[in-house]
Each structure stands twice: as C-alpha cells, then as structure tokens.
Design a binder for this molecule. Sequence first.
Ligand SMILES: O=P(O)(O)OC[C@H]1O[C@H](OP(=O)(O)OP(=O)(O)O)[C@H](O)[C@@H]1O
Ligand SMILES: Nc1ncnc2[nH]cnc12
Length: 183
Amino acid sequence: MTVSDPALAELLNSRIRDVPDYPKPGVLFKDIAPLLADAEAFAALVDALASRAKAHGATKVVGLEARGFVLAAPAAYAAGLGFVPIRKKGKLPGEVYGRSYELEYGSATLEVQCDAFEPGEKVLVVDDVLATGGTLSASLDLVRQAGAEPAGVVVLMELGFLPGRDRLTEHLGGAPLETLVLV
Ligand SMILES: O=P(O)(O)OC[C@H]1O[C@H](OP(=O)(O)OP(=O)(O)O)[C@H](O)[C@@H]1O
Ligand SMILES: Nc1ncnc2[nH]cnc12
C-alpha cells in the first residue's frame, strides 16, 4: 500500500465527510466538499499532487470529470504543466476516443479528445476516489489510446473495502498508483 505521508493523510482525512446511503442505499459516500473548502488542506493536497507530477516527469496532468478536475487542474498549474480533461460522454467536441465502464453506483462512458496529447507524452492521472476502479481503468486505457503514457496515478482516497486496486492493476501497465488517504 502506498500511503506515504501519514501527517498529510491525517489532515486530508479529517476534512472528508461520510454520508451514508448516498446517492443510493448501501453506499457510504465520501464527501470532499469540506476538504475543498479548507484552505490549508486544499493547498496541501494540491501541492502534494503537483510534487508527484514533477517527480514522475509528467508533461501533462489528466483529470477525470468532475471531481478529478477540481484537483488535477490546480495541480497542473502548480507544477507548471498543461491539463487534459477526461469527460463523460458527449461533452467534448471533435474526434474523441470513448470507453464504457461500471462504477459503484451505476455505469458511464468516458471520452478524451483524440488530439489531447503529443505522441509519447507522459501523464499523471488524478482523481478523488478509487472505489471499484472502473473510472480509472477506463481512463488509463483512453490515455494510451490517445498516444500518451501514464507515468503515474494519484488518488486522494482509496476505498480499501472495495476491490478497485486489483481491478486497476492490469490497466496500470507498471505505472505507480499512489493513494494519499486509505479508508
Ligand atoms: O472507482 P470507481 O467505482 O469508478 O469510482 C470512482 C469515481 O466515482 C466518482 O465519480 P462519478 O462518476 O460519481 O462522477 P462525479 O465526479 O462527476 O461525481 C469519483 O469521483 C471517481 O471518479
Ligand atoms: N463511496 C464513494 N464516495 C465518493 N465517491 C465515490 N465514487 C465512487 N464511490 C464513491
């Protein structure tokens, strides 16, 4: 397991709120709104993501709609890198690659623009939650299909009671997966 900074993990976890039975019965929803609203915790999170982007030699930071955007875009700015969105179906203009996937409370299709990357770019993929791993698995496949190489994946939190990490392994292709908070 790769929770590498216990003090950061404690700060971030203290600002994540549990909401039982949202968006449907049986799901324990991890609400990051209090973390985003806390200047100290949000800055610590963005700085940690930016440092991972630099450490992995990334040339772009990729964020996954929608909560991943809120983390990845400021991290890209802080690292001096460009940002690429992976969006839900039908939101991106022009030619796109698409992948369908299952998640904890439904199914969806993600898309990336075909010209989002220069060939061979190394990217850091950022999202808020690793639950079943469907979202990140689809996203990693899309990054490769669009001609870039995942240099690493960072998630704010991993739901350790779900098999997301196992499902993700084959899609990582050796890229490191780092979890800032394990719950
Ligand atoms: O590991 P998984 O089971 O795929 O679940 C994780 C994903 O689920 C949530 O996104 P959601 O699709 O709910 O979109 P949102 O960020 O727009 O709320 C979350 O932000 C992750 O992207
Ligand atoms: N339990 C959960 N809490 C917050 N976001 C999620 N995305 C998928 N599962 C989730």
